[in-house]
Design a protein around this ligand. Structure first.
Ligand SMILES: [Zn+2]
Ligand SMILES: [Zn+2]
Length: 303
């Protein structure tokens, strides 16, 4: 299985267009610190790739990844579809950027599909441009091949019923409350190796613990370093956990849990307030001592 990390930032990116905080200013001064919105490309088969989440950066991410470039025929793209872990705007706005496609396959849960089609009216807005087709992601326990020729099998691990702000009033459908935010579990049956991708993680349910226990690689929500970071930096009156992101550090942080796993563990989806966006920050040493990593844009992971 081949994974390409297309971006590693939370909503807004690094730098964020309207922000001059030390981290955003640092990224303007040092362009190598820039991070695009969190996204991952998964190779289903030779010349066929899926992208996890359609970020506002998706066209730039495709250009920066030669495996996703079109060819040899002028309009043939290796992009077979988009997998959505949730319906947040930073993970779905890029669908509109792909409207030049004749048809676009989206894999996600029913709750996310209904949010994107219903509230955002993205489906209606885009129908004159492209044909959105939807595939329900299988849930954990019943993984299915990514597509017909693929040895990569996928399943969604339901994480929570946290809705995006634009969909807070959407009533819960039968059984969909855990399906607004999912982790993805990807197993290559050719190599027997497994990756878990969870860029938005507000709780750590048993299903996730089960999914990561025997994984070889875990790429996880690293939005905030500590629980108070959003309040301390003035971006929100809520804690990280209340915003739907377990912090990295602290007694309920994810670092302790990840450090106990045999998997290679990397953080992604870093907010521009997170000290980890500065490569000289001492927090990197804390993670290194625990055997944990921070994912970088452009990183390639072979499993
Ligand atoms: Zn996000
Ligand atoms: Zn900033």
């Amino acid at each position: 299985m081949l994974l390409k990390v297309l971006g590693t930032a939370a909503g807004g990116g690094v730098p964020q267009w309207n922000c001059a905080c030390p981290e955003c200013s640092g990224a303007r001064a040092h362009p190598r610190r820039r991070r695009r919105h969190a996204s991952l490309a998964v190779r289903a088969a030779e010349g066929r790739w899926y992208v996890v989440n359609a970020t506002p950066d998706i066209a730039d991410q495709i250009e920066s990844c030669p495996e996703l470039h079109p060819g040899p025929e002028p309009r043939r793209t290796p992009l077979a579809g988009v997998i959505l872990t949730d319906a947040e705007l930073d993970h779905t706005l890029g669908i509109a950027r792909l409207r030049e496609a004749d048809r676009l396959e989206l894999l996600t849960t029913g709750a996310v599909r209904d949010a994107v089609l219903g509230r955002q009216h993205l489906g209606e807005l885009l129908s004159p441009y492209t044909d959105l087709t939807w595939c329900e992601l299988p849930t954990s326990g019943r993984p299915e091949p990514l597509d017909a020729d693929s040895t990569v099998h996928i399943s969604a691990v339901p994480l929570s019923g946290k809705r995006p702000r634009y969909a807070v009033a959407v009533p819960a459908g039968p059984g969909d409350d855990g399906h607004w935010v999912s982790a993805l579990r990807l197993t290559d049956r050719a190599t027997g190796r497994t990756a878990v991708y969870a860029p938005a993680l507000g709780t750590w349910p048993d299903a996730l613990q089960h999914a990561v226990a025997d994984a070889d690689c875990v790429i996880l929500d690293g939005t905030f370093w500590d629980d108070d970071e959003p309040r301390r930096t003035g971006i929100s009156a809520r804690t990280a956990t209340a915003m739907g992101h377990l912090p990295v550090d602290g007694p309920d942080g994810t670092a302790r849990r990840l450090a106990s796993l045999p998997a290679r563990c990397l953080y992604t989806h870093l907010n521009n307030t997170n000290p980890l966006v500065d490569p000289t920050a001492p927090q990197h040493k804390v993670l290194t001592r625990m055997g944990l990593e921070v994912a970088a844009d452009g990183m390639e992971i072979t499993l």
